[in-house]
Design a protein around this ligand. Structure first.
Ligand code: NIG
Ligand code: FE
Length: 420
């Protein structure tokens, strides 16, 4: 085993090489495909991409590890820019209520939903929380995810929120995946502040954000900006405090109602606004102007049984679109980005090429990680996948089944088989 590796004979090598910007409009369809492609890696970093012939000519392959990608697609590792992966317990029982017509917000307002998971998460030890979350993260990696954002938000008190962020950090250190931790103390108003939401906002601003800053782990701050959860004014207050503490900004925006979260994301120049099922045309245009990435979560619309976000409208309007799993115990319980990809193509009318950009390079921009991941560019991390198919369309075509046969993280096999 050397730290040099070459991957040869890929039917299609999807590089996504190009200008260093989040992709918009027709740029989302330009995957920089190399037919009969190859890739060279040294010390976990990509050193060259080209045709198999060119790479063989350029590199003396004696004594170098080789991966034969014949009859395979080689693509960048999947980036999942919105998850609530760290939590305890299960809400499997909510499925029965949902099919009987109870809505997500009704379940939450009756003390279930996020509140139920909060109780389970507060009660779990750090070790138990870690074990339950690690199981899900291993499943994500097996489905091709090599970079993942993980939010807190089921503690809703200082101690448990910090514990969740610590678990997320430790997972990233222990498993072959980059973890980007996000502070989401503003996920719901906990029961002890019922009737005093501004009291909880003050706690977030005056105590939790300074504590998160001191802990130094979180890179982003997010808020569930929604009718009956956090208003536009409360969200603005929290995000401004977070920015002053050095955190980058994200929002759960217009998931259920058109409250104007997408417009606020543009006003604050947040890195991304997520969900957007109910976002207005006007605020979509403002996002495009401000360069805010739209992180769309079709598995959530599927599970909430709501109309999907208007991805075509966003792409036409010049918004860079990314896709994420939203993996959480309530509104979207899946670790599978191939499932998300399939929904985006079949239900939101993204072409497979656009969807591929949305789960790699644009998702990396949604995490401010595009300098290191999201495309197969020399100098970037050697995070790549082998797919059992002929083109990116395989990710939508083979429904409910992952075509990912091997996952490489920084040039090392993280899941799957060497010789699939
Ligand atoms: O992104 N909308 C708020 N948060 C999550 C759901 C969390 C939960 O239901 O536990 C979401 O959909
Ligand atoms: Fe979410």
């Amino acid at each position: 085993m050397t730290d040099t590796l070459i991957v040869l004979n890929a039917t299609e090598l999807l590089t996504l090489k190009g200008p260093r910007m989040a992709r918009v409009r027709q740029e989302m369809s330009d995957l920089g495909i190399i037919l009969d492609g190859a890739l060279a890696v040294e010390g976990g970093v990509i050193t060259a991409v080209g045709t198999t012939e060119a790479i063989k000519r350029e590199f003396d392959a004696t004594g170098v590890d080789r991966v034969d990608a014949s009859r395979k697609v080689v693509m960048p590792g999947l980036v999942d820019p919105h998850t609530h992966l760290v939590f305890a317990g299960s809400r499997e029982f909510e499925i029965e209520m949902k099919v009987r017509g109870k809505t997500y917000m009704e379940i939450m307002q009756d003390g279930g939903g996020i509140h139920r998971t909060m109780r389970d998460t507060r009660a779990a030890s750090a070790a138990d929380l870690y074990a339950q979350s690690a199981k899900r993260l291993r499943s994500m990696i097996a489905h091709g995810t090599t970079t993942v954002e993980i939010k807190s938000g089921y503690g809703l008190d200082r101690t448990t929120e910090l514990r969740m962020l610590e678990v997320a950090r430790k997972l990233g250190g222990d498993l072959p995946v980059d973890v980007v931790p996000t502070f989401l103390g503003a996920h719901a108003v906990p029961e002890e502040f019922r009737g005093d939401p501004d009291g909880y906002v003050a706690l977030i601003v005056n105590e939790m954000i300074p504590a998160v800053r001191e802990q130094g782990i979180a890179r982003f701050c997010d808020v569930f900006c929604e009718q009956g959860v956090f208003s536009i004014a409360q969200t603005r207050r929290i995000l401004q405090a977070a920015r002053s503490a050095g955190l980058q900004l994200k929002l759960h925006a217009d998931e259920v109602h058109d409250l104007g979260g997408a417009g606020l994301a543009a006003e604050l120049k947040a890195v991304s606004a997520d969900h957007l099922l109910a976002a207005s045309d006007e605020n979509i245009a403002r996002m495009a102007q401000a360069g805010v990435v739209a992180s769309l979560l079709p598995a959530t619309a599927y599970s909430l049984r709501k109309p999907y976000a208007r991805a075509r409208r966003m792409i036409r309007g010049g918004v860079p679109v990314a896709l994420a799993s939203d993996c959480n115990p309530g509104s979207s319980y899946t670790e599978s980005m191939p499932f998300v990809f399939g929904l985006a193509v079949m239900q939101m009318d993204l072409s497979p090429l656009e969807a591929l950009t949305a789960v790699t390079l644009n998702a990396a921009y949604a995490l401010s990680m595009a300098e290191r991941v999201g495309s197969l560019d020399p100098g970037k991390q050697a995070d790549f996948l082998l797919l059992d198919g002929e083109s990116p369309a395989i990710l939508a075509y083979h429904a409910g089944v992952s075509p990912v046969t091997a996952v490489y993280k920084r040039g090392e096999l993280a899941a799957g088989r060497e010789d699939p």
